[in-house]
Design a protein around this ligand. Structure first.
Ligand code: ADE
Ligand code: ZN
Length: 351
């Protein structure tokens, strides 16, 4: 919770979340419950897996992206059935709703589930049911983005994309293609065959880039993969030319402030280039990434940004407005979100 009197305003802002991995919303409590229910052995040699609280304590000591990914992939191994994915998804939307999220575009990682014997169709069916219930109960609109995983062979990602993702992307059950997991050593150039096919088919494209990797990973996402969105993307300060390209091409950067601190990409939130991006006109949204692992959902990220940068209400209006415009939802939904933003800004202007 932020220190300032802005908290009520930050809570009220109509938020769009663009960077949240559903598997990253698996709390240690649910992880242990599902492990018991599904007879999944957690690694007994690692003392972190003694209890939910010891696991949570270990989460506060991540040293790098790969250190986190080790726990993230063990964690998701407890998700076995469509019902498990449905509960996970619905629980995320319940919390997102209480944080003021009106629209969310969330990632999922089918390759690792398929390797464990969980069919792609069960994953998407469970997630879809969770989304539909969240829409009915909370009025949250949502989309899902399928991720190709960088730590696995490209051929594995290609097969998942071709056999499973393409049919779902064609009918809109999945809204976009993403690229995640270990960044260093895996430049965009490795994935051009997948991304050029997706571009030809007219799919929405995003990729994690410029998280642990340098600005060259962001350039590769733009020039080799032709994305319209970049996830994390905190390195534009190292290249004024690329920053101008991001502005000119209207590329949305999905920032995840607490994640970047927890994974030691920056020492503190104040070190992130938010002020630079606002001043230069780089469009960005603020997101939670893996909220169960990084200590907070989207509102906590908004609060910590406010504590670090003391933004004005007008600047928050720009951030939330850019998040609406950069969303992959219908024009009708955008116009509703714009109206909600205008009314919140007006309400808090009068105070
Ligand atoms: N998968 C889940 N969280 C991630 C992150 N922060 N970076 C890359 N891949 C991820
Ligand atoms: Zn991410």
């Amino acid at each position: 919770m932020c220190q300032g009197k802005q908290h009520e305003f930050l809570q009220a802002l109509p938020k769009c979340e663009h960077h949240m991995h559903l598997e990253g919303s698996l709390s240690p409590e649910l992880l242990f419950t599902l492990a018991r229910r599904n007879n999944i052995d957690l690694p007994s040699s690692d003392p972190a897996f003694q209890s939910p609280s010891s696991l949570l304590a270990r989460y506060r000591q991540f040293t790098s992206l790969d250190d986190f990914l080790h726990y993230y992939f063990i964690g998701m191994s407890v998700l076995m059935s469509a019902a498990d994915f449905e509960s996970l998804t619905y629980d995320y939307f319940r919390i997102a709703h209480s944080d003021g999220v009106l629209h969310a575009e969330v990632f999922f990682d089918p390759q690792v589930h398929m390797h464990r014997g969980v069919p792609y169709a069960a994953v998407v069916e469970g997630i879809t049911r969770g989304r539909e219930r969240a829409m009915a109960d909370f009025g949250i609109s949502s989309e899902i983005i399928v991720c190709v995983l960088r730590h696995l062979p490209v051929e594995d990602g290609h097969a998942m994309y071709t056999e499973h993702a393409v049919p779902d992307l064609e009918v809109g059950r999945v809204k976009g293609l993403g690229l995640s997991s270990t960044e260093l050593g895996n430049l965009g150039t490795k994935y051009t065959s997948i991304y050029s096919d997706a571009e030809n088919r007219g799919f929405n494209l995003t990729a994690h880039a410029g998280e642990e990797g340098g600005v060259e990973y962001m350039a590769s996402a733009l020039y080799d993969l032709h994305v319209t969105r970049v996830d994390h993307g905190i390195k534009l300060g190292h290249s004024p030319e690329l920053m101008r390209e991001f502005v000119d091409r209207n590329i949305l950067v999905t920032l995840c402030p607490m994640s970047n601190v927890e994974l030691k990409c920056v020492t503190k939130i104040a070190d992130l280039p938010l002020r630079l991006y606002l001043d230069q006109g780089v469009k960005f949204s603020i997101n939670s990434d893996d909220p169960a692992y990084f200590g907070g959902y989207i509102l906590e990220n908004y609060c910590q940004v406010q504590d670090a940068f003391s933004l004005t209400n007008q600047e928050w209006g720009v951030i939330c407005g850019n998040a609406i415009e950069g969303s992959w939802c219908t024009e009708e939904r955008k116009s509703h979100l714009r109206e909600r933003l205008a009314s919140v800004l007006q309400m808090f202007e009068q105070r």
